[in-house]
Design a protein around this ligand. Structure first.
Ligand SMILES: [Zn+2]
Ligand SMILES: [Zn+2]
Length: 303
């Protein structure tokens, strides 16, 4: 295995990063403290970033120190890093039919919200969950109810925090494989908690939508607008795919190196209806420098 060379181990670059008219970033490591992610993202040439606020596959509760949160805010201001996006732990399943697991998930998700508020994050991304043992409609209702339960007595609106429902690859029992399902959860939360969408290009493609042909991507955007509404798409996860369209297999690939190719990313990055969105890669790091190469690949596509 190649050991990833941490960008913090090298001296800070002298040249300022190339500016773009879009918000472009990448999921960034918080090793050594959450604030280190801001320094890493800046050195990678990002002007937005996504992080995990806890270990992504562990239940262990996690406390962020005030010092880390203050330092994160200070670095974000001085580097103009916005929005700050947090991705929820993968274990959380708010559609679970197991009562014990559901309770654990609600507690863990409340922890995610509390940390997002503590670190002044703008968005908290959530996969809508798996309805195994139930049916899709019940699952969607339960996810919305569980989000509401997790946010009780917390004022997300006042803090400027919005929960983003992410579309998924549409594997069996998983919620969010269609834009309609994402829209339904958001609609159910209207007036309860600020909610909008995160759309992942890899998930959209393997779920079966055509974003590769020119005709297809415009039709898909039109469909997205008619269901979720493009102004509700706050984050776009920019991932190429290893698996073919419709395969329901979620395997992320480097920008331009997979079954999507780079042109759809050019279309999305330059569509003025999406100019408000943050474009964030969740691409693999197979070789040192892959993170910077994927950020650069996205920046180069902006006209
Ligand atoms: Zn994603
Ligand atoms: Zn994915």
């Amino acid at each position: 295995m190649v050991r990833e060379q941490d960008i913090l181990a090298r001296p800070a670059p002298r040249r300022p990063p190339r500016l773009t008219s879009r918000r472009i970033g990448i999921h960034t490591s918080t090793a050594g403290g959450i604030h280190n992610a801001a320094e890493r993202a800046h050195r990678l040439g990002c002007n937005t970033l996504q992080i995990f606020s806890s270990s992504p596959r562990q239940w262990a509760p996690y406390e962020l120190s005030d010092l880390q949160c203050e330092e994160m805010t200070r670095l974000r201001t001085s580097y103009d890093l916005k929005p700050l996006v947090i991705h929820t732990n993968y274990l959380v399943n708010l559609a679970s039919t197991n009562q014990l697991f559901l309770k654990k998930s609600i507690e863990a998700f409340r922890g995610e919200i509390e940390r997002a508020l503590a670190v002044c994050a703008d968005y908290l991304v959530l996969h809508p969950g798996s309805f195994r043992g139930s049916d899709r409609e019940t699952g969607l209702l339960q996810t919305a109810a569980a989000i509401a339960a997790s946010t009780q007595n917390l004022d997300l609106a006042a803090a400027g925090l919005t929960i983003l429902i992410e579309n998924t690859a549409g594997a069996e029992f998983s919620l969010g494989g269609s834009f309609e399902q994402v829209a339904e959860v958001i609609d159910r939360l209207r007036g309860i908690v600020p909610a909008a969408a995160c759309i992942d290009t890899c998930h959209t493609h393997v779920a079966g939508y055509d974003i590769v042909t020119e005709e297809g991507i415009y039709a898909t955007l039109q469909h997205l607008d008619a269901t979720v509404a493009l102004n509700n798409v706050k984050v776009i996860h920019c991932n190429d795919a290893k698996a073919p369209r419709g395969s329901k297999l979620d395997r992320h690939q480097h920008i331009g190196k997979g079954t999507i190719g780079k042109e759809p990313f050019r279309t999305l990055l330059n569509d003025l209806r999406l100019a408000h969105a943050a474009f964030i890669a969740e691409t693999p790091i197979d070789r040192p420098g892959d993170d910077r190469r994927n950020v650069d690949a996205l920046k180069r596509l902006v006209a």
